[in-house]
Design a protein around this ligand. Structure first.
Ligand SMILES: NC(=O)c1ccc[n+]([C@@H]2O[C@H](COP(=O)([O-])OP(=O)(O)OC[C@H]3O[C@@H](n4cnc5c(N)ncnc54)[C@H](O)[C@@H]3O)[C@@H](O)[C@H]2O)c1
Length: 374
């Protein structure tokens, strides 16, 4: 599968590479090495075995003079990937470990895990010694199609999601399909919401293909067998979604315009997630995004941006695909959090509203007016 690049003023700044397994990871690391490359692996404790597999391929603990490549493995740090632990304290602990390991300005951080791990490791790499090089091996569907692409890094702060962070591109994102085999179904569906989101933003025929693939998975008696039999379809969807994101980021890396489209469903989703945290409810990021996209479709319809019936048909597709679309909280309960969303400015929220599949628009709207419409 072809590599995808993110460009900054015509210069490639981040590469997205694809592999069935970890076979080509040494090649990807070697491509980053002008000379000896001191690699520090940061891994989600739940997927430590993948990190160990990669470390073994690089020559492991004994890498160095005897290793055929320039990669020098310098240590592994494991973290707990939960939203509660996605904090500045965790980033400081990582920085403390790097310092104690003797990591200098040449350090190269390789993050192995889902979006929580890549967001935190990318942030730590961006601020450690004013920034060292880093790359990602995303192990969830969500991070393969979204979180590990585009350079947004960060942590939660004061009960708000991703309040502190920077935008800095990983040198590469290595997408390996095999890792998804161990991903729990609920986490897979969480990523499926972001996959579907990509195709509501830019369709190219992929939206219908994604809904069909997910409906089949939902109905399958044996999901593992279905996945194994449809791996080529899934890989093609991941590649297309990654290309959508890379294209948008290339055109608007620092989110002054078009990149806001990637927030489709997220203004509602972040408010839903905040309510869930306060009420002790268990809602994944992807579930909140799916509900948020359905709410955005409702708002688009009620404000005349989408044709009548659009929200209903979207919700029908979501239901077939196993994605939720009904908000468990009354809209007024979401308002305070929406006003505090990072994307809100002076009471005006940049709502991203779908006019149709493949046609989303950024609509600046007063929060109170939006709430009245809903
Ligand atoms: N930076 C961005 O642009 C961006 C975009 C979207 C989301 N995000 C962030 O991503 C985070 C969500 O990411 P996520 O859904 O990947 O969550 P995650 O990192 O929490 O992973 C979900 C769960 O799956 C486990 N896991 C990971 N890979 C596995 C595998 N292969 N097999 C078995 N278990 C595995 C993890 O330990 C965790 O329990 C949120 O914090 C969100 O804010 C960032």
């Amino acid at each position: 599968m072809d590599d995808i690049f993110i460009y900054d003023r015509g210069i490639p700044v981040s590469r997205i590479a694809f592999g069935q397994d970890f076979g080509d990871i040494v090649k990807a690391l070697d491509a980053c090495a002008g000379g000896p490359l001191p690699v520090y692996v940061v891994a989600d404790a739940n997927v430590e075995r993948f990190a160990d597999e990669i470390i073994a391929l690089t020559g492991g603990e004994d890498s160095g003079a005897s290793c055929r490549s320039n990669i020098r493995f310098c240590g592994k740090y494991t973290l707990k990937a939960t939203e509660e632990d996605k904090t500045m304290d965790s980033v400081l602990a990582m920085a403390d470990w790097l310092l104690r390991q003797g990591a200098d300005r040449n350090a190269f951080i390789l993050a192995v895990g889902g979006g929580i791990t890549t967001d935190m490791a990318g942030f730590a790499a961006s601020v450690y010694k004013r920034g060292v090089r880093f790359a990602y091996v995303p192990t969830t569907l969500l991070s393969q199609v979204d979180a590990a692409i585009g350079g947004k890094t960060g942590v939660n702060f004061d009960s708000y999601k991703n309040m502190l962070g920077v935008i800095r591109q990983p040198e590469f994102t290595y997408i390996c399909a095999d890792v998804l085999k161990t991903l729990p179904h609920r986490d897979f569906l969480s990523g499926a919401a972001e996959l579907v989101k990509s195709f509501i933003i830019e369709d190219g025929g992929n939206y219908a293909m994604a809904v069909e693939f997910l409906s089949g998975l939902e109905d399958a008696d044996n999901r593992d067998a279905y996945m194994a039999g449809h791996m080529d379809v899934l890989l093609s969807l991941i590649h297309s979604a990654a290309a959508v994101k890379a294209g948008v980021v290339t055109r608007d890396q620092f989110e002054t315009g078009e990149r806001r489209k990637l927030n489709l469903g997220h203004t509602f989703a972040h408010a839903i997630e905040k309510n869930a945290r306060l009420s002790g409810d268990d809602i994944t990021h992807g579930e909140a995004v799916a509900i948020g996209m359905a709410m955005a479709a409702e708002l688009a319809e009620r404000t005349g941006i989408a044709a009548p019936g659009f929200a209903k048909s979207l919700k029908k597709d979501f239901s077939k695909a196993g994605l939720p679309s009904t908000c468990p909280y009354p809209v007024p309960q979401l308002v305070e959090a929406m006003g505090r969303d990072k994307k809100a400015e002076n009471g005006i929220v940049h709502f991203v509203l779908p006019a149709a599949v493949g046609d989303v628009r950024i609509c600046d709207m007063e929060l109170s007016a939006a709430v009245r419409s809903l």
